[in-house]
Design a binder for this molecule. Structure first.
Ligand code: FMN
Length: 206
């Protein structure tokens, strides 16, 4: 089932949606196809292809957020736990999570081969990861899923490595939680507060 939403419509439609549930308007095979497409087609610095994506669905998604919850429970003061616990439960209520890692190996190879840019490659590796995050976020929303971006790394890194056999050297950068939309989830979103465009976009040579 191909989405007919145009790229610009999809970028407008993409929001941080937290009211998610455990349904999906598309099959797991289609979700995998989309994530595969993102890995294959998203650009990377000097074509390093340093991004590593781990797609967790259903029970495996739940497992990830249980790991985060358990780690947080041990460190968050009791009186702050309710809001933290509820937040994590909200992510767990979704359908899946994509973990975005960067493999430092291709980055090191670039640093060795092009020492002139050695200090830039780690920064561009972050950019590479961000491009993958945005492509996946927008593509999933174009297919009718809702999503939000989280940063609980490095808390779950060790456990995730053990559970899903992820090399410990890979660096976890972000987690994209996605799922079906709870009723009215999109309609209830506050309008995005926007800074005036005048100070953010400059056009010359029209
Ligand atoms: C680099 C980056 C980091 C973000 N980190 C988080 C995060 O850790 N937790 C979260 O809930 N949202 C996070 N967001 C979502 C932003 O808060 C959100 O995109 C922004 O407020 C605009 O709202 P919108 O996504 O609905 O358009 C992040 C977004 C970006 C681009």
């Amino acid at each position: 089932m191909a989405s007919t939403m145009s790229l610009l419509d999809a970028t407008t439609n993409r929001r941080s949606i937290y009211a998610l549930n455990k349904t999906s308007p598309i099959s797991d095979a289609r979700i995998e196809e989309i994530v595969t497409h993102v890995v294959k087609n998203t650009p990377s610095s000097f074509n390093s292809q340093s991004a590593r994506l781990v797609l967790l669905l259903k029970d495996e998604h739940d497992k990830f957020w249980d790991v985060v919850r358990d780690i947080l429970k041990a460190v968050v003061p009791e009186d702050k736990w309710e809001s933290t616990g509820n937040r994590i439960a909200g992510f767990r209520a979704g359908y899946g999570t994509i973990l975005f890692y960067e493999d430092p190996e291709p980055v090191k190879t670039l640093q060795t081969n092009l020492p002139m840019y050695a200090d830039k490659f780690p920064v561009w590796s972050e950019h590479t990861s961000a491009m993958h995050q945005y492509a996946a976020w927008t593509a999933l929303e174009a297919e009718g899923l809702g999503a939000n971006l989280q940063h609980y790394n490095p808390l779950p890194d060790q456990k995730a490595s053990e559970i899903w056999n992820i090399p410990l050297e890979w660096q976890l950068k972000a987690q994209l939680v996605f799922g079906g939309l709870q009723e009215g989830a999109r309609e209830k979103l506050a309008e995005r507060a926007e800074q005036p465009l005048g100070g953010r976009l400059f056009v010359h040579g029209k």
